[in-house]
Write a protein of this length. Structure first.
Length: 343
């Protein structure tokens, strides 16, 4: 049995920053995540995608942001339980919770923070017969090594930000690039759509709209062609070496849905004073929470994590006033960050 102050469910950017804010206040954390590496969507879906709206950082990739956050929380020595899903959360008493994972890890904590992004998520699959033989070989739901696509015939399926971002990133590197989208309207940023159409006009890529993939062909996990069906039901055989599928995420709250929380369309309602849920002692930050005016931005999740940390500190030590101390000048903050030796 592990005893700690707080269990953080989710090792994405908001979950990792939650560990930092808790650590500054002298609180210990254990992190649990169902995926096998920290970073959440930043690592699973776009490790190489540039992020421009982290305060004070002009640009960084999802992988770089994750690496920096992990470095930032090193002084707090949090436990990290990856590849484990929180299966049970129940109150022991008015002050503590029993948390148990599907791998049998048991933790006693004084508070729980759900920072699970959109929950236990999986990319939406390409639904064609025998797709399983190609997934992880020549059909991909995320890009890990962009260089593998150089000089190849690549088809990208989708019409959101991820699909069009990779269109722009790969257009000059591949032998032939084709974007296939089921509509002629896009969920991606207008500026990105404009750049994609400019590539089409310049003859640097092909675009097939109002169409969908209905069959995949190849051998031993190596795709050779896709059957694309247009809105009139006509089939086109498209030669291809690699397929990138970006149909978005299928959010699944998983066991979280059984904890008695106030669920709002697969998100969790919270109080914006402290980001506590309807269950005292359980908080939610990042994309998984909901309140009027909610914006699903990483920097908003960071703000939520800071306020949740102060609320948790007050819950754990109700008879003490929680003072705001600044990392620039506070000796206590410097000690917790490992900048000074303990007396």
């Amino acid at each position: 049995m592990i005893n700690t102050d707080v269990v953080v469910v989710g090792a994405g950017p908001c979950g990792l920053f939650q560990v930092f804010e808790l650590g500054l206040l002298g609180l210990r954390a254990e992190v649990v995540d169902s995926i096998r590496q920290p970073g959440g969507q930043c690592i699973e879906l776009y490790p190489d995608k540039p992020i421009y709206d982290i305060p004070g950082i002009l640009v960084c990739t999802g992988e770089e942001l994750t690496r920096n956050l992990l470095k930032q929380i090193e002084p707090f020595h949090c436990g990290m339980h990856l590849g484990e899903e929180v299966a049970v959360v129940r109150a022991n008493d008015a002050q503590t919770f029993h948390v148990e994972t599907d791998k049998g890890t048991q933790i006693t904590a004084k508070a729980v923070v759900i920072a699970g992004g959109v929950g236990s998520f999986q990319p939406r699959q390409l639904r064609v017969p025998e797709i399983e033989a190609y997934e992880g070989n020549t059909v991909h739901y995320r890009v890990v090594k962009p260089e593998r696509f150089a000089g190849k015939r690549v088809v990208i399926l989708g019409g959101g930000d991820s699909a069009l971002d990779w269109v722009l990133a790969l257009a000059a590197k591949v032998k032939k690039l084709t974007l296939v989208h089921r509509r002629d309207e896009y969920r991606a940023a207008p500026a990105t759509v404009h750049k994609m159409r400019a590539l089409v006009k310049a003859g640097k890529m092909d675009l097939i709209e109002n169409a969908k993939a209905t069959a995949i062909h190849g051998d031993n996990g190596k795709v050779s062609s896709l059957t694309i069906q247009d809105k009139d039901g006509k089939d086109l055989e498209l030669p291809v070496d690699e397929v990138l599928v970006f149909f978005g995420l299928a959010p699944k709250l998983g066991p979280i849905a059984e904890w008695g929380l106030d669920i709002n369309r697969k998100t969790i309602n919270v109080d914006t004073e402290n980001f506590q849920t309807n269950i005292p002692g359980i908080y939610a930050v990042g994309d998984i929470n909901y309140y009027p005016g909610k914006k699903k931005l990483i920097l908003c999740g960071f703000h939520e994590a800071a306020l949740a940390a102060f609320a948790i500190k007050q819950r754990i030590e109700p008879d003490k006033k929680v003072h705001v101390q600044y990392t620039t000048t506070s000796p206590i903050m410097h000690e917790r960050l490992g900048l000074t030796e303990k007396p």
